[in-house]
Design a protein around this ligand. Structure first.
Ligand SMILES: [Zn+2]
Length: 105
């Protein structure tokens, strides 16, 4: 009887913790800390990574950067730029709706 009770309590506690975890994770995804992680910041902080071939990864100097659309910030699309080799996130950039519309995306 008491073992079942403890087990039930444990399960409900675990599931509420999981729910909280996913809630916080979701909240974090939409409330990304963009300041200090933008393209301008990356260029300013990693001037050796700015070359004629484009922007290099600060970790492995790879020049192939993948761009992913990850959400919206006000009227702008948030794009995440990730190194193709080591998969490290390098910086974010914002793309306005109007600009996006002009590109036909
Ligand atoms: Zn890299």
């Amino acid at each position: 009887m008491s073992i079942l009770w403890v087990l039930g309590l444990g399960i409900s506690l675990t599931s509420s913790l999981l729910l909280l975890f996913f809630y916080l994770k979701r909240k974090n995804a939409s409330g990304l800390n963009l300041s200090g992680n933008m393209l301008e910041d990356y260029v300013r902080g990693n001037q050796d990574c700015v070359t004629e071939e484009g922007i290099l990864c600060r970790h492995c100097k790879e020049n192939t950067v993948i761009t992913r659309n990850i959400g919206w910030y006000r009227e702008n699309l948030i794009r995440e730029h990730v190194c193709d080799r080591c998969k490290c996130r390098l910086y974010f950039s914002l793309q306005g709706k109007r600009e996006l519309h002009d590109l036909g995306e």
